[in-house]
Design a protein around this ligand. Structure first.
Ligand SMILES: *Cc1c(COP(=O)(O)O)cnc(C)c1O
Length: 384
C-alpha cells in the first residue's frame, strides 16, 4: 500500500497541491471566496449567464412544473419534453439535423469516441486537447496518437499511417491557451483521408462566430466539413451539460451505442429549461460578445504596454506564461493579496515548464476592473 501522506507532501513541496476554495456568492466578477471579497477572472461564464435573472426564472418555473430529478435515463422514461425541445433548439442553432444532450461534456466526449472507435481503430489528437478527449481515446481501446499543437503536417503524416476507422478530435478553442484550432485545414485533411472529424467547442460555443454559433461556424464550416460538433452548456451558456450536433445517422448511433448516454440518469429537466432560456439570450444579445471583445482588447493593449508575457489569443481566455509552477503560484498569491483571483495552471493540466495564470473575462466585467487587474499584474510580475 502506497504512503498517501508522503505522496501528498511531495506534491505540496513541488507547488502542485490542489485545493478547493469555498465561494459564498453566485458566479459573478465580485465574489466572496474563502471569506474574502475578491475580483475574479477565473470562470468560464463568458456571457454572464450563470446568474442571469431570466435564466434563473426559467429554472424556477420548470422545477415547479417538472419536478427536480428526471428520475430515469433518457432511454427509459427520463427524456422529458423540455430535454427534447432543447435538443431541437440546439440543432436549429448549430444548423445541423439533430442534437443529443449529455449530462456533462466529459461524458459526451467519452460517449462519442467510444461509440465510433475501438480496438484496431485510430484516434488522432492535438497534444493540448482537453483531458476528457484524451481519456475518451484511451478508454475506447483505439490507438491514440497525439501531435504537436496545431501541427497540420504532423496530422497529415499520422493520417497516412492510421489503421481502421480514424477519428480526428480537437478542441475548437484550446482551454489553457485560448487559441483556435486550424479547423479548415483539419477539415480538408479529414475529407481526403475519409476520417471522422470531431470538434469540442466548449470554449467557442456562445462566444465566437455569428450569434455565438461557435468556432466551426466562425470558420465558415458546416456539418459536411465537421461531422461531429460537441459543445458544453456549463461555460458560455452558464448552466450545465453538453450536446453533440450531427446528422441523423450519427445521433441515432450515439443513442444506440454511447455508454455515457445510455447508462446515466437524464439531467434535471429544469436545467434543460434554463439552458433554453440561456440559449435565447446568447443568440439575441450580441452586445455580450461585443463587450467581451472590448474587454479583451483593453487587457491586451494594457498588458502589451506593461510587457506582460501574453500569449497569442483573441478569445476571452488570456494566459500569462510564468514557466515554473512556483512562480505561477507566487503571481497568483500576489494578486490575491490585492483582492484579485486568477487561476494558476500547473502541470499536469499544462505542460511542464509552461505554468501560467489563466485570466478569463466575462461580459459582466467592467473596464475599471480590467485596469485594476493590469495594475496588480504589473506589481505581481515585478516582485515575484
Ligand atoms: C470543460 C470542458 C469539457 C468538459 O465539460 P463539462 O461539461 O465541464 O464536463 C470538455 N472539453 C473541453 C474543451 C472543456 O473545456
Amino acid at each position: 500500500m502506497r504512503d498517501l501522506g508522503a505522496a501528498l507532501d511531495k506534491r505540496r513541496e513541488a507547488g502542485l497541491y490542489r485545493r478547493r476554495r469555498v465561494a459564498d456568492s453566485r458566479q459573478q466578477p465580485e465574489m466572496v471566496v474563502d471569506g474574502e471579497r475578491l475580483l475574479c477572472f477565473t470562470s468560464n461564464d463568458y456571457l454572464g449567464l450563470a446568474a442571469h435573472p431570466g435564466v434563473i426564472e426559467a429554472f424556477r418555473r420548470a422545477a415547479t412544473e417538472w419536478g427536480v430529478g428526471a428520475g430515469a435515463a433518457h432511454l427509459v422514461n427520463g427524456h422529458m419534453r423540455v430535454h427534447h425541445a432543447l435538443e431541437e433548439a440546439l440543432a436549429d442553432f448549430t444548423g445541423r439535423p439533430r442534437a443529443l444532450l449529455f449530462s456533462t461534456g466529459y461524458m459526451a466526449n467519452l460517449g462519442v469516441v467510444g461509440a465510433l472507435c475501438g480496438r484496431g481503430d485510430t484516434v488522432l489528437q492535438d497534444r493540448l486537447n482537453h483531458a476528457s478527449l484524451l481519456d475518451a481515446a484511451r478508454l475506447s481501446g483505439a490507438r491514440l496518437k497525439r501531435h504537436a499543437h496545431r501541427d497540420m503536417a504532423a496530422l497529415e503524416r499520422q493520417l497516412a499511417d492510421a489503421e481502421g476507422e480514424c477519428l480526428i478530435a480537437s478542441d475548437g478553442v484550446f482551454s489553457m491557451d485560448g487559441d483556435v484550432a486550424p479547423l479548415a485545414e483539419m477539415a480538408a485533411l479529414a475529407r481526403t483521408s475519409a476520417a471522422w472529424l470531431m470538434v469540442d467547442d466548449a470554449h467557442g460555443f456562445g462566444v465566437l462566430g455569428p450569434q455565438g454559433r461557435g468556432s466551426v461556424a466562425a470558420a465558415g464550416l458546416g456539418v459536411d466539413d465537421v461531422p461531429i460538433l460537441m459543445a458544453t452548456l456549463g461555460k458560455a451558456l452558464g448552466v450545465a451539460g453538453a450536446f453533440v450536433a450531427a446528422d441523423e445517422a450519427l445521433i441515432e448511433t450515439l443513442i444506440q451505442r454511447a455508454r455515457t448516454y445510455i447508462y446515466t440518469t437524464a439531467q434535471p429537466p429544469a436545467l434543460a429549461a434554463a439552458t433554453l432560456a440561456a440559449l435565447k439570450v446568447a443568440r439575441n444579445e450580441d452586445w455580450r460578445r461585443e463587450r467581451l471583445r472590448e474587454l479583451v482588447a483593453r487587457f491586451r493593449a494594457g498588458a502589451g504596454q506593461l510587457g506582460l508575457p501574453l500569449m497569442d489569443s483573441a478569445t476571452p481566455i488570456q494566459p500569462l506564461i510564468a514557466g515554473g509552477a512556483e512562480r505561477a503560484m507566487r503571481w497568483s498569491e500576489s494578486l490575491r493579496r490585492r483582492g484579485i483571483l486568477v487561476g494558476a495552471m500547473r502541470p499536469p493540466t499544462v505542460a511542464e515548464g509552461s505554468a501560467r495564470l489563466r485570466v478569463t473575462f466575462s461580459a459582466m466585467h467592467r473596464e475599471d476592473q480590467v485596469d485594476r487587474l493590469l495594475d496588480a499584474l504589473a506589481e505581481a510580475v515585478r516582485c515575484a
